[in-house]
Structures are given as structure tokens and as C-alpha cells.
Design a binder for this molecule. Structure first.
Ligand SMILES: [Cu+2]
Length: 158
């Protein structure tokens, strides 16, 4: 009897240490899958564009942003359908991102890789990323589009 208790006591610290090690073992931290770099063109005076860039960066996208006056020229060069146009234009991994598209939609686009030219939030709806005005959020749609300007609803917010 005595020996068995001694045995247990003698063993238990080891057991405890083992259990502690097991339960405190932090899962091997895997680095978050790195997001593709987004190139953004916007006018140097566009405040909401800069806010949208901040939104992307906060989400984890590396952003290369070009402040330039002639953003229309970029839109033209990328053959962006006119009715998709908004304030800033971006490219990520071959897709055009136009206007205040939420970062989560861009991430989904890059995962699903649909056969489209890109995503757009036409106009500048209040409450979209970079267009915050207090509590106000106007419902808006993120559209995917092809070269000819055919669109489909990619997501709805809020
Ligand atoms: Cu804007």
C-alpha cells in the first residue's frame, strides 16, 4: 500500500508535467496564407480611395498604390466597361477591381477564380469600405463583369 502511494506520488509530477505539456501545447502556428498584391491607381486628391487602400491593408493585402491624375487613362487601357467605372481602379492577379469593393470579396474572387474580367462597385455607395459616414450603410451590390460589360451580382451588402 505504502509503496504504491509513494509510487504514485513519485510518478505524478511527471504525469502532471506531461499533461500540462499536452494541454498547453500551442498548435503549430501556420502563417496566414499570403494574399496577392493589389495595384491601385487613384487621383492624389481622392480621400475615399486612400481609405479603401487602408481597408485592404488592414485586411492583409499588400498594396502598391499609384497616385496619379489621369486614372481615366488606366481605365481605358484596361478596357474597363464604362458603366462599371468608379473612383479608383485596381488590378490583382489578372482581375480588375473597380471602386469600393470589400476586401473579403476580393479574397473570395481569388479563391473561386470565376471566368470574369473583374469586380466593381459602381458609384460610391455610403457604407462601403472607404465610404464610411457614421452609422449609415446604403445597401449595395458587388458586380462581376466581363469584357462586354455583362454583369452578375457577386455579393450583396450589408
Ligand atoms: Cu471613392
Amino acid at each position: 500500500m505504502r509503496t504504491s502511494i509513494n509510487h504514485l506520488i513519485r510518478k505524478s509530477p511527471l504525469l502532471m508535467a506531461l499533461l500540462a505539456a499536452l494541454f498547453s501545447a500551442t498548435p503549430t502556428t501556420t502563417l496566414a496564407e499570403s494574399l496577392a498584391e493589389i495595384t491601385v491607381w487613384h487621383s492624389p486628391t481622392c480621400g475615399c480611395c486612400t481609405k479603401w487602400v487602408n481597408h485592404l491593408e488592414q485586411y492583409g493585402f499588400p498594396v502598391r498604390s499609384h497616385a496619379q491624375n489621369d486614372v481615366a487613362m488606366i481605365k481605358h487601357r484596361l478596357a474597363l466597361p464604362n458603366k462599371m467605372a468608379s473612383c479608383h481602379t485596381a488590378m490583382v492577379d489578372g482581375y480588375i477591381i473597380e471602386g469600393h469593393v470589400p476586401a473579403e470579396d476580393i479574397e473570395r474572387l481569388l479563391k473561386e477564380r470565376p471566368f470574369v474580367r473583374g469586380l466593381s462597385v459602381p458609384g460610391m455607395p455610403v457604407g462601403s469600405p472607404g465610404m464610411e459616414m457614421g452609422e449609415r450603410i446604403d445597401p449595395y451590390e458587388v458586380l462581376s463583369f466581363d469584357e462586354d460589360g455583362n454583369t452578375e451580382v457577386f455579393s450583396r451588402h450589408p
